[in-house]
Write a protein that binds this ligand. Structure first.
Ligand code: SF4
Length: 461
C-alpha cells in the first residue's frame, strides 16, 4: 500500500509526539519520534512517504496539494490536544477524499472509543508506536494487534473496540527508522551543536511513576544496543553526527547505557543531547556520556519544593537535584533543567524558590512547562476531582503561551505573567548572556542560539 506518515499543518508550530502535544516554546522543532519509529516499521512492508507540514511550514492548502501529489491510500497522522480543532477538519477532509486515516496522539490516548464515535472520519487509533500494530491492522489481522482502538462493522450498530492485550516490558525491536524519508530542512533543536541532527529513540516509555506525566504510563521497553548502533551508523554514513536521544532517562538500565556510551566513544564522531534523571546521573554515567560525545544533559527538576516533588512522585528531593547538576558541570556537560509549573499547590513563593534554584545551579537552559491534565495520567484524575478541568476539555497546551489550569492561589492570567517573568529573569542576566556567547563553538551555533533566544523572549514579553 501507499502509506503516508503525516504531521498535519497548523496555525502555530506544534510539537506532537509521544502522547504529548504543545506549541514550541522558542523556535525548536525536532523530528516527531512516533513517525520516525513508525517509518521503519511501515517501510519494511509498504511504500512509505513522510510529509511533515510543521517542518516544511505548509499551510492547509499547500499540505492538501502535496498529499494529492503523493496520493496515499492510507494516512497515519499525528494529532494533538494542542491542535485538535485544526487536526479534525483537515483529516476529515482527507478521509472525504477517499483516504483511510489512522491517527496517534495524546487526545486519543484516553476514552478513544468515544473519540472515534465522535469522529467518523477516523478509522482507527494507535496507542503504541514501537510495535507492529500498524502492520497487523493494515493486514486485517486483528489477532496480532496489541493495543489499538478499531471499528468493528461486523454487526449493527458498529462497535468501537479497544484491543489491549499486552503489558509493555522487556525488549522491543523495530526495523531501522528511515530518517532519510524526513525533510532535510526545517527542524531546529535548541541544544544542537550543528544544523543537521536526528532524533533517536533507544527505549520506549519510562519505568518511573511521576503522576503528571503520560510517559510513565506507557510501560518500559528497551531496544537492542546493536539495533540502535545500526541506526546511528547509517546516520553517520549520511553525515548526520548530531543526535537527540529522546529516551526519557538515558542510562536508566545502567549496563545498557554504559554499553551504548562505550560504543559511541569508540566511534568518536557523534555529539549529542539526552535526558537523564538526577538520581541516575552519577559520576560514572555522566563521565561515560561525556566521553561518548554528549555535550548537553537535560534533567527533570520540576520544582524546588520538596513537598511538590513528593506529592507528584518524582522520587527525589531538591538536594539530589542540586548534587546532580554540580556533577554534570564537573563532567563538562551543559545542563538543562526542565520544570513543571502551575500544579494546583503552586504559589508565588514556590515559583520564586524554583527560579532561585535554577539560577543558583547555574543551569545553561531553563525549560518551563505549564501543568496540563494529560490524558491517561493520575494527575488528570486529580485535576478533574478538584474541579480544575472538565472531562470534555480536549484542547490544551503546556508550551506556556496560555495557562490551562489555575492553581489554588493563582489564576490563569497571574500564572502566565509569573512564568513570563521567570523566563525573562533567568535569560536576561548579563552574566548568563556572557556565558552563552562565550560557550558557543561555531558561528552557526551563535546564530542558532541568537534566533532561539529571540524567539523565546518574544513569547515571554
Ligand atoms: S517525568 Fe520523566 S521520569 Fe517521570 S515518568 Fe515522566 S518521563 Fe519518567
Amino acid at each position: 500500500m501507499r502509506v503516508l506518515l503525516l504531521n498535519p499543518p497548523g496555525r502555530r508550530i506544534y510539537i506532537r509526539d509521544y502522547f504529548c502535544s504543545k506549541t514550541t516554546k522558542s523556535n525548536y522543532l525536532f523530528h516527531p519520534v512516533d513517525l520516525v519509529t513508525l517509518s521503519g516499521t511501515l517501510a519494511s512492508r509498504h511504500e512509505t512517504s513522510v510529509l511533515d507540514c510543521m517542518a516544511e511550514r505548509l499551510d492547509p492548502a499547500a499540505a492538501a496539494a502535496r498529499i494529492d501529489e503523493l496520493d496515499p491510500e492510507v494516512i497515519v497522522a499525528l494529532v494533538g490536544s494542542v491542535s485538535w480543532d485544526e487536526d479534525r477538519p483537515f483529516l476529515a477532509n482527507q478521509a472525504a477524499r477517499g483516504r483511510r486515516v489512522i491517527a496517534i496522539g495524546d487526545v486519543l490516548h484516553e476514552a478513544s472509543e468515544q473519540r472515534l464515535t465522535e469522529e467518523p472520519w477516523l478509522e482507527a487509533a494507535l496507542h503504541v508506536f514501537s510495535n507492529e500494530d500498524v502492520l497487523a491492522y493494515l493486514d486485517g489481522d486483528r489477532e496480532r494487534i496489541e493495543d489499538m482502538t478499531v471499528r468493528d462493522a461486523t454487526g449493527a450498530p458498529e462497535r468501537l473496540l479497544r484491543l489491549e492485550r499486552k503489558q509493555r516490558k522487556g525488549g522491543f525491536r523495530v526495523p531501522r527508522p528511515r530518517h532519510e524519508l524526513f525533510p532535510t530542512e526545517g527542524y531546529h533543536f535548541s541544544f544542537a551543536r550543528s544544523k543537521r541532527f536526528a532524533t533517536v529513540l533507544t527505549d520506549y516509555g519510562c519505568p518511573y511513576p511521576c503522576t503528571f506525566c503520560v510517559i510513565g504510563t506507557l510501560g518500559f521497553q528497551t531496544r537492542p544496543v546493536d539495533d540502535v548502533l545500526e541506526e546511528i551508523d547509517e546516520l553517520r554514513a549520511r553525515g548526520v553526527k548530531e543526535l537527540f536521544f529522546m529516551d526519557q532517562t538515558f542510562g536508566v538500565v545502567r549496563d545498557r547505557g554504559l554499553e551504548l556510551c562505550a560504543a559511541l566513544a569508540e566511534r568518536g564522531d557523534v555529539s549529542w543531547t539526552g535526558y537523564t534523571r538526577p538520581d541516575v546521573a552519577d559520576d560514572e554515567m555522566l563521565g561515560a556520556m561525556r566521553a561518548a560525545g554528549c555535550h548537553t544533559v537535560m534533567m527533570g527538576v520540576e520544582s524546588a519544593d520538596d513537598a511538590l516533588l513528593a506529592a507528584y512522585k518524582k522520587g527525589y528531593k531538591s538536594s539530589i537535584i542540586a548534587d546532580a547538576f554540580r556533577r554534570a558541570k564537573r563532567a563538562g556537560l551543559r545542563t538543562v533543567g526542565t520544570f513543571i509549573i502551575g500544579l494546583p499547590e503552586e504559589t508565588e513563593a514556590s515559583l520564586q524558590r524554583t527560579l532561585d534554584l535554577a539560577i543558583g545551579l547555574e543551569m545553561d537552559f531553563m525549560s518551563l512547562n505549564m501543568a496540563v491534565p494529560r490524558f491517561g495520567t493520575p494527575f488528570r484524575k486529580q485535576a478533574l476531582d478538584l474541579g480544575l478541568a472538565e472531562a470534555s476539555d480536549l484542547v490544551m497546551d503546556q508550551g506556556g503561551a496560555d495557562a490551562f489550569l489555575p492553581t489554588q492561589t493563582l489564576d490563569r492570567a497571574r500564572m502566565v505573567a509569573m512564568k513570563k517573568a521567570m523566563v525573562r529573569r533567568f535569560y536576561l542576566r548579563p552574566s548568563y548572556l556572557w556565558r552563552r556567547v562565550t560557550g558557543v563553538r561555531s558561528l552557526w551555533e551563535l546564530g542558532a542560539q541568537f534566533r532561539e533566544g529571540l524567539a523565546l523572549l518574544r513569547r515571554n514579553v
